[in-house]
Ligand binder design. Structure first.
Ligand SMILES: Cc1cc2nc3c(=O)[nH]c(=O)nc-3n(C[C@H](O)[C@H](O)[C@H](O)COP(=O)(O)O)c2cc1C
Length: 341
């Protein structure tokens, strides 16, 4: 049985202070482009009401030229704690965007310094900032001066194995005024391949005063505990493990607070959650929501006989009624199977 060591329990018992913001959870839902919209965050928050969530990353340049706020920046009126994540390489555009983020309700503003995608890095944003420490520091200084909420950074270990500079980079961000740093323990060159190298997070933690949040390969309560033990990090951030499984952040948070494991949702409960997700996406985004729901629904449909066939149908749904019919049939079949002698 999984147990929480007394040392870890006492270390995590106090609230987490990010500058002026106090959090009652040390488990974070990461920003995931195309996933962590308002609808998804509501589902995660059902099970993890105290956890900090992030919007999908928002382009500060895009925002500068737009007249209206993009949908991905919308947060619920009572949605807290919430961070709006921005990306760009221009400190002035980022400061301007941060002011809009705070007006929208952001408790913290996070700067993306880890995205590996070419389209972003070739314009000087995301992980390319790991190679341009003066600009990264100028961003943190300028944005911090523009807003009263804490400014945080999410980044990687470095550009490549030959350029792992996270120790100096993280210190430079702290010196520039960052209130917290989240480290995805892979390099840009790794993308999402290979195991996350948590040992680097432990080294950064020893080097900094601001909170350090561990990210990469937190797919279970066990992994979260192991990572916290190994790194001494102040918290963990869940990412791919939440796709089709919005229960994860809450499961980890519950265990860290109580030492008890929440029973995992049954397959039927997961499919019922998928149902809620589909309806909410439809209500919030209409037709576009149906198209976006396809990938989410296939992520939920795992771990039972005939799941592959269901996935292949779910990824082609055209209407909310069609999607619900498929999910309801699957739920009915699973119920009958469970009732069969
Ligand atoms: C589909 C997808 C979208 C992502 N979008 C963002 C993003 O908008 N901002 C960001 O900082 N990281 C983004 N990430 C990176 C994750 O937040 C996280 O750092 C990474 O997946 C490592 O954690 P994991 O190994 O637990 O998945 C994205 C990752 C995926 C798979």
């Amino acid at each position: 049985m999984l147990a929480l060591s007394p040392e870890l329990r006492s270390r995590l018992a106090t609230p987490l202070q990010i500058g002026t913001v106090t959090l009652n959870s040390r488990v974070f839902q990461s920003p995931l482009a195309g996933v962590t919209d308002l609808v998804f965050r509501r589902l995660v928050r059902r099970y993890a009401p105290d956890s900090m969530m992030y919007t999908e990353m928002v382009s500060a340049s895009g925002l500068h030229y737009l007249k209206t706020l993009p949908r991905i920046m919308e947060v619920d009126a009572n949605e807290h704690p919430i961070s709006i994540q921005l990306f760009d390489c221009r400190p002035d555009f980022l400061a301007e965007a941060a002011i809009k983020a705070v007006a929208e309700g952001a408790d913290t503003v996070d700067i993306n310094m880890g995205c590996p995608v070419n389209k972003i890095t070739k314009n000087g944003g995301g992980s390319s900032l790991l190679r341009d420490v003066p600009t990264a520091a100028a961003i943190v200084r300028t944005v911090s001066a523009a807003v009263s909420v804490p400014v945080t950074v999410k980044t990687r270990l470095g550009w490549s194995d030959q350029e792992i500079n996270i120790l100096d980079f993280a210190k430079a961000m702290e010196d520039a005024g960052a209130a917290m740093i989240t480290i995805h323990a892979r390099t840009r060159a790794q993308g999402f391949n290979g195991a996350a190298r948590w040992e680097w997070i432990g080294r950064v933690k020893q080097h900094l005063r601001i909170p350090v949040i561990a990210n990469g390969d937190i797919f279970s309560v066990e992994a979260a505990v192991q990572c916290l033990e190994q790194t001494g990090a102040d918290g963990v951030m869940c990412s791919r493990g939440t796709m089709g499984y919005p229960f994860l952040v809450g499961e980890i948070d519950h265990f860290l607070k109580t030492g008890q494991q929440r029973p995992a949702p049954t397959v039927i409960e997961r499919l019922q959650c998928a149902r809620d997700h589909l309806i909410a996406l439809w209500e919030y985004k209409g037709e576009r929501g149906i198209r976006q729901a396809r990938k989410h629904l296939t992520w939920y449909a795992k771990g039972f006989a005939a799941a592959a066939e269901l996935r292949s149908q779910l990824c082609r749904i055209e209407t909310v009624a069609g999607g619900l019919a498929l999910l309801d049939e699957a739920i009915e079949r699973l119920r009958n199977l469970a009732a069969a002698p």
